[in-house]
Design a binder for this molecule. Structure first.
Ligand SMILES: [Zn+2]
Length: 292
């Protein structure tokens, strides 16, 4: 179980899945084996499998416990969700809630859920199946959603030529939260509570936000999918196939790496392989990860 301490905040990684979902060359259009060769010593086996050419990616939530408040950042894929567009994520049955319990937290105790963006692997545990209905998994939580992403994916979902959006995730994992009156829409420029501040970081999705945690002079950044894989610390111009606005995604990635390198903040992405978190140092005009 990966844990970190930022001032008064205790952070725990809640794993859903950790495996080989995507071929590196298809995930990163800029991928070149020559560019990666010098990194194999740290990449294999926790970040990349050189034998198959597949990336190893984690899908997890970050649990923040601060001042008695329990906050969950991003909610993975979820159980029993029909995801025919991604067979490896279809109809999952993982012990995610048991892992949350092992971290000492029941779903009713979660005070806030924050989604960095509304992609399929970041909203799933917002809901669970109960007698054929999708109900909020965390019934006492306020769910913080990007208003820009919400409007963007709602419009796609309504369009019969394009919908359902994000593989059906709006319908089973986002709309039920709004209908239950638990959603709080944000534009990405607010302080969401004493210790958590949002910054717009678009590009991967139109309304992606970067979440800053500050406590007692220490900082962390929850970066969602601004950066998918640790190789992008060395190659911040590399976008994933899923980045919708490529130049803007590069700008948001560089902004995030600069913010970490300039402040000593811990970087907590949603998909890095073990050890899942790192500091970022300047090197020349680029960056290097310093794993914790
Ligand atoms: Zn993701």
């Amino acid at each position: 179980m990966t844990t970190a301490t930022i001032g008064a905040a205790k952070i725990t990684r809640i794993e859903e899945t950790y495996g080989h979902f995507f071929e590196a060359k298809k995930f990163f259009a800029d991928w070149r084996d020559e560019a990666v060769a010098e990194h194999l010593a740290w990449m294999a086996p926790d970040h990349y499998d050189p034998t198959t050419g597949f990336l190893k990616l984690s899908i997890h939530s970050w649990l923040i416990d601060i001042g008695g408040k329990k906050i969950l950042i991003d909610t993975c894929i979820g159980n029993r969700k029909s995801r025919k567009h991604r067979p490896f994520w279809d109809n999952l049955d993982t012990p995610y809630l048991a892992r949350l319990a092992a971290a000492g937290v029941r779903p009713e105790e979660i005070d806030m859920v924050m989604c960095t963006h509304l992609h399929v692997d970041h909203v799933g545990w917002n809901t669970r199946l109960d007698n054929g209905r999708w109900v909020p998994t965390f019934p006492n939580a306020k769910y913080v959603f990007s208003k820009i992403d919400y409007e963007h994916f709602s419009a796609i979902d309504r369009d019969p030529r394009q919908g359902p959006a994000i593989g059906g995730a709006m319908r089973d994992s986002v709309f039920p939260i709004v209908e239950a009156g638990l959603a709080q829409m944000v534009d990405g420029t607010e302080t969401i509570e004493e210790h958590l501040k949002l910054t717009p970081a678009p590009g991967h999705s139109p309304g992606h936000v970067l979440i800053n945690l500050t406590s007692r002079g220490s900082q962390a950044y929850f970066s969602g999918d601004i950066i998918h894989h640790a190789i992008q610390v060395y190659h911040p111009t590399w976008n994933s196939f899923a980045c919708v606005d490529q130049p803007t995604a590069r700008t948001s990635r560089r902004m995030t790496l600069e913010a970490c390198a300039g402040s000593g903040a811990l970087l907590l992405p949603q998909h890095f392989g073990a050890p899942h978190i790192c500091h970022v140092d300047h090197k020349g005009d680029g960056f290097v990860p310093r794993f914790v």
